[in-house]
Design a protein around this ligand. Structure first.
Ligand code: PMP
Length: 405
């Protein structure tokens, strides 16, 4: 027998498989609505002008070197990142009870957060995390990797193509006390369906009553509404009401730094003394996995966050991205409902938020879109709004119209 006989062949990642099929397709009007990355009106990746500017500033600094960062990351990056998500006036920051660690983007933050919980969270029985049904598929593997079982809580209601708020609340109420629930801070992936502010308040109330732990995943701050503060509303509300929580933060989407892997994990704890102990153990975990995080992207982001002029430019760049996506939602909705008179209700297209939209089309219909119309999308009916632009929107709307008739 050969040494690796026991290794079974794993199926390819569905999104990467979709991208490969798109690239191999020679049809001129093909559209890629699978990938979760921003594209400009010419379907091209967009380097944010503010990121370009910050890069120039960095690279022209003669004192810049390539020494190791501290284990917990670039200090000015992690502290500015904490203020960005928690707010400048955050009571937790003022009390010195936020533990922030730089991570390998949002994925790394999810991993480190999950690993820390797996080691130290006082689970009520089995190690379990409740994930929204549906959720970002990688959540399952990330928790599986650290020995935490996954359960689903009702979230998306196919009947309304909206939030199953009652089902969500009922599960929060019936779960054992001190359960861990993963929440998407804003722009839920894959559905684009977020609770309203009022609903978030009710959710926070149940967390407090049941002493649940909130594992916030914030991968799209700024991308939902175009406003960084507004997209942090839920996280800040939970913190100010004393719900125990952590936040996984990614700069992949809002700074267009996908490949640079810039992110942070923030754990809010009751006091400064606890913060010291938690920080020490996170450092131990981080040391064994990556020793210390990469410096380039963190330096770019730190510069943008700390320089008021660059920060304003960044906010404008974010508005450009979020604005284009919101505009595509409006246009798609308009063409479907007013021009093509496509059967069904399409209001969810404008009610959903962020990069993704659950269209409500069936597996058979999305398959038909891929195979007959060369529109590449995942089988669950999710489309990336960022893949639409002024040139391909009409083609997509007509193809969608055909498959649902
Ligand atoms: N969480 C969610 C919900 C996401 O959609 C993503 C990006 N697909 C991530 C985390 C992590 O992305 P990254 O590691 O690129 O920051």
């Amino acid at each position: 027998a050969e040494t690796w006989d026991v290794v079974p062949l794993a199926p390819p990642d569905s999104i990467f498989k979709l991208t490969a099929a798109y690239q191999a397709d020679t049809f001129p009007q093909k559209i890629n609505l699978g990938v979760g990355a921003y594209r400009d009106d010419d379907s091209k990746p967009w380097v944010l002008p503010v990121v370009k500017k910050a890069s120039y500033i960095l690279l022209s600094d003669p004192t810049l070197n390539h020494e190791y960062l501290p284990i917990t990351g670039l200090p000015e990056f992690v502290s500015a990142a904490a203020r960005l998500i928690l707010g400048h006036d955050s009571p937790a920051i003022a009390d010195d009870r936020v533990v922030s660690v730089q991570t390998i983007s949002g994925t790394g933050a999810n991993h480190l957060g999950a690993l820390f919980l797996s080691r130290y969270y006082p689970f009520n029985g089995d190690k379990v995390v409740y994930l929204s049904d549906p959720t970002w598929v990688n959540h399952f593997a990330i928790f599986e990797n650290v020995g935490i079982k996954q359960r689903l809580y009702p979230y998306y209601d196919p009947k309304t193509i909206g939030l199953d708020f009652d089902g969500f609340i009922a599960t929060l109420r019936s779960a054992p006390e001190r359960s861990v629930f993963l929440l998407h801070a804003c722009a839920h992936n894959p559905t684009g369906v977020d609770p309203t502010v009022e609903q978030w308040k009710t959710i926070a109330g149940v967390f407090l009553a049941k002493k649940h732990y909130a594992f916030f995943d914030s991968a799209y701050q700024g991308f939902a509404s175009g406003d960084l503060d507004r997209d942090a509303t839920a996280v800040r509300y939970f913190v100010s009401n004393g719900v125990p929580l952590l936040v996984c933060q990614s700069f992949a989407k809002n700074a267009g730094l996908y490949g640079e892997r810039v992110g942070a994990l923030h754990i809010i704890v009751p006091n400064k003394e606890t913060a010291g102990r938690v920080r020490s153990q996170l450092s131990v975990l981080q040391r064994s996995e990556i020793s210390n995080p990469p410096s380039y992207g963190a330096r770019v982001v730190a510069l943008i966050l700390k320089n008021p002029e660059l920060f304003e430019e960044w906010k404008a760049d974010i508005r450009t991205m979020a604005g284009r996506i919101i505009d595509m939602r409006k246009q798609l909705h308009g063409v479907l409902t007013k021009e093509l008179r496509t059967p069904g209700n399409w209001d969810h297209i404008i009610n959903q938020i962020g990069m993704f939209s659950f269209t409500g089309v069936s597996t058979t219909q999305s398959k038909a879109l891929v195979e007959e119309a060369h529109v590449y999308m995942t089988a669950n009916g999710r489309i990336s709004m960022a893949g639409l632009n002024s040139k391909n929107l009409r083609y997509f709307a007509e193809a969608l119209d055909r498959v649902v008739r």
